[in-house]
Ligand binder design. Sequence first.
Ligand code: UT7
Length: 325
Amino acid sequence: MNRFSRIVGTGSALPGEPVSNDDLVERLAKLGVETSDEWIVTRTGIRQRHFAAPGVTSSQLGAEAARKALSAAGMEASEIDLIVVATSTPDHVFPSTACLVQKALDAPGGAAFDVHAVCTGFVYALASADAMIRAGIANRALVIGAEVFSRILDWKDRSTCVLFGDGAGAVVLAADTRPGVLAARLHADGRQGDVLCATGTISGGEVVGNPFLTMNGKAVFRLAVAVLDAVSRETVAAAGMTLEQVDWLIPHQANVRILDASAKRMGIPSERVVVTVDQHANTSAASVPLAFDRATRDGRIKSGQHVLLEGVGGGFTWGAALVRI
Ligand code: UT7
C-alpha cells in the first residue's frame, strides 16, 4: 500500500506583546543606535516583531505551538512518535530542544531530535519527517520551527538587530495513503557560510568567538532570490506540476523585497504569496510554519490546495517542499 505523509494540524506561538518599529527605535536610541521606522519599513517591510522575555526559551515556544497544532489535528501528544525541532537558538548545547518539547508535552518514548539549518530549518525538518514517515520509521510527527533569535542579536549593529524576532510554528504530520507532501528538495553550499553566521561557541567554560549574528545583507539578498527561484522550480517539477498550479507560496519571511522579487521571478502573483514578515519580522526556522498557521487559521489555505514552502538562510542552505492540503 502507498504510504505518504499529510499535514493534519498547524499551530504557532508568539511571545509577549508586539514591539513596533517605533518602540524599537526608542529602545535602540538609549544604546546610541540610530534607526527609523521609515528605514525599516522601506528596506524590509517589517512593522513589528515579538521578543521573548528573559527565561522564555525555544522549547517553551515550540511546545506551545505544538499543543495548538495537536488540538487542531484532534490528537493527543501521546499519539506522537516523532518530534523534529528546527532551531538555531536551542535552549542548551544538549539535551536537544526536541527532547525538551517532548518532556513539556509529557509524551515520552518516540524519537526526538533537532535540525540545524537556520532559516531553511523548517523545510529540512519537514522533509526529514516526511521521509521517516514514508519509510515506516514513524507514524505521527510534530515538526516544529522555534527560535529566540533576539538572544544572538548585537543591539549595537543596526544593520541586523532590526530584522529579527522570536516565535514558533508547528505542524502535525501523519501517515496517510493519500499524498500530502508531494516533493521536497534540499540544498546547501558551505562555502558561503560566512555571509550569514554566528560563529561563537563554548569551550573550556567560556564563549569563544563572536556570539552574535553577523550578516552581509546584500550578498544574502542576491543569493536568496536566485536559489529560491531555482529550488522552487526543481521541487514543483519533481512533483510533476507547474508553478501555475501552486495556490499559495509561503517563502521564508526575511524581507518583503526578497519575497516580491522571488515571486515575480517565478511568475506567482502577490495575491498568492503569504506575507507575515510585516507582523513577525524574520523568525528564522519559525517563519514558514508561523505563516502557514496564520494562513490556515484565517481560512486562506483550503483543503485540496497546493502550497509551496520555501526556506533560505545561513549555512548557506535552501530548500522547498510542495504540499497538498
Ligand atoms: O534569513 C535570511 C536573513 N537575511 C536576509 O534576508 C537579509 C537580506 N538582506 C536584506 O534584507 C537587505 O540587504 C538589508 C535590509 C539587510 C539592507 O538593505 P540594503 O538596501 O541592502 O541596505 P544597505 O546595507 O545598503 O544599507 C544602506 C544604508 C547604509 O548607510 P550608508 O552607508 O549608505 O550611509 C547603512 O548604514 O542604510 C544604513 N543602515 C541603516 N539605517 C537606518 C543599515 N541599517 C540601518 C538601520 N537604520 N537599521
